[in-house]
Design a protein around this ligand. Sequence first.
Ligand code: ARG
Length: 459
Amino acid sequence: MLWGGRFDEKLNHNAMEFSSSFYFDKNLFDEDILVDYSHARMLNGIGLLTDAELGKIIDGLARIKKEWDDNFWKPGNDKFEDVHSAIESRLFELIGPVAGKLHTGRSRNDQIATVMKLWIKKSSAAITKEIKKVQVALLTAAEKNTGTIMPGYTHLQRAQPISLAFHLLAYVEMLARDYKRFLGVIEECNTCPLGSGALAGSTLPLDRDASSEELNFTAPTANALDSVSDRDFMIDFMHACSMGMMHLSRFAEELILWTSAEWNFVRLSDKYTTGSSLMPQKKNSDMAELVRGKTGKVFGNQFALLATMKGLPLSYNRDLQEDKLPVFSSFETYTQSLGLIAEMVLTMEVNKERFIEELKGDFIFATDLADWLVLKGIPFREAHHIVGALVKKLETEKKKFSDADLDYLKSVNSIFDESAFECFNVETCLDRKKTYGSPNRAFVKKEIEIWKERLKAGS
Ligand code: ARG
């Protein structure tokens, strides 16, 4: 027990059960031990722990870590307020009263803020690795599909032809922004709250620079009150998870559409699909649906902590203990989703021929035809109108561009000549694109190469 002195009675059982965070903050075990080590060394450095006392504490902590890793010491969830009290009480059991010196000049308030920053840094770095794996998977699929033609959509209506590689590269870009967002989160965690005490620092000559340096932060935090109240970095982390999940969810939605019989564009591996208990023919894209489905929870996690924070007066309030579950939940769901999406992409089969026949002479080439007219000197608005009239006429007659011959085109406008038919060519439509960032195969191939290099270089 960390605080028994001024109490006559033990905490009520229900109150203990209600308030204990041990069952989830035990996730922070490793970081808590790290902070304990560094605090003990700092206390030794300023003369508040002798070398012998430091030795005992370090040995004790090492033993606790081993006992924990070996599952030898298994503290029950109902025994401790939190992971910090569990470790400290075990230290007492192992090394006796000298354990009581470890908490000198420290509060669980600055301790938990420090521990959480370390955990967020570690977890953000782990996420960046998973993001990269998805990017690599997308690039691998893109490389095989630079010529796989498909309709590009706006409003989910056919808009202009693109390639699957181009479509997948759009997600590589999104994921690159997610990656950067996590680097930003790591950056935000670079100052060390340890030594801020409960809220107002300490009368003991704690060496905050030493703690900060030892724990790999760049500097100690500047204001003790802010240090123990700040949960911005955790909200930033969950925001980064939300953005990442939002991107994965959009991709999951596309996989779900593409695997339907109506699209018949992609087949997912059996490993990532499930059947129906009633309909024998069904092969459902459940993993993709769950990525989409769990995204709502990840958004909610971010809002849960925002809501916890909005009315809190400075500084630490016990409400802040509720910050961890949503953070752990977002981390778990997002990393699992990244892993599954990477696997699904690597193992999916693409029906490369799917749209070739269907897009021959499709109205999807209308913009290209309008551009052709522009090159003949017609103002774009007029060109748009001419092609619109042509589409209307063909559509009324249940025809496509490919059903029109030159006389037909000329009946709409005499400016048309044979070269206009090149606009309807499925084979050349991608490479007719001139602009940087378009699905022109040469640009797309170059982008794939650039991304491969970047990912190899570790950016
Ligand atoms: N377990 C608490 C938390 O995670 C830290 C304990 C601080 N408690 C206190 N009464 N000052 O926020």
